[in-house]
Design a protein around this ligand. Sequence first.
Ligand code: ATP
Ligand code: MG
Length: 265
Amino acid sequence: MLFQINHLSVDYSLGQKNLPLLQDISMSIDEGEFVALVGESGSGKTMTSLATMHLLPDNINIKGGEILFRDKKISSMTEKEFRSISGKDISMIFQEPMTSLNPLIRVGKQIEESGLVHGMSKKEARSRAMELASQSGLTDTARILASFPHELSGGMKQRIMIASALMNEPQLLIADEPTTALDVSTQEEIITILQKLRHQKKIAMLLITHDFSVVKKLCSRVYIMYKGKIVESASTEEVFKNPKHEYTKALIDAISPMGATYGRK
Ligand SMILES: Nc1ncnc2c1ncn2[C@@H]1O[C@H](COP(=O)(O)OP(=O)(O)OP(=O)(O)O)[C@@H](O)[C@H]1O
Ligand SMILES: [Mg+2]
């Protein structure tokens, strides 16, 4: 198994009080598998990915369970140990590209940096950044890579984030709502890029979304999260045919009528 979360619980400590944010979360992702984590706003999707990436905010801590990558217990690694995995074996596209890019640094440099920190030469990092930017659907790459984030549109920034996440050929990509903040036609383009990735690379993905039409296009399995718990898990086909949780039904019915009839009578 490539990636596993076993019985993960995460709490928010507020003075003497402990509020549970994630309760007994378990999931697994195989090599090359695209898996969706779906849930309404506030259900704990981002928190699950931040726990994986050692990026939980202050006062929010893992209270129980474990996170494994290729049988290595990453949840108990020191920051130094985890740095050799983060951005290399596992990389993440954050929910808000606008806030995760440094506004003061040209975007090309920011992509290159992900390669440099993991031992790439400058020359190698530069040519790989160019190549990935164009694979991520950017044209006129030299000019775009020399731009600052504020000079680029939301879709362009999202492509920069994708290129940056792919620099070290990760085996697992966590993509937190990679299409939500974008207009419909850019959403479609980003989905196409992720579909290509699925075919071309040996990469697995945890796709976080609340949009079942995106799930249908990209993922073979789904975990449904509700109020900090996993309430349902099945193949995408099965979830569409026979959604169990009321919330899952509502989300499936929320997508276009064409989508809602997929696999259902
Ligand atoms: N910095 C924080 N401090 C305290 N609580 C937080 C913090 N960030 C998130 N939470 C809480 O943790 C819970 C899970 O939030 P999370 O961001 O994981 O939701 P989400 O499923 O990603 O939602 P969305 O779809 O809106 O991105 C929510 O109840 C949220 O209010
Ligand atoms: Mg989120």
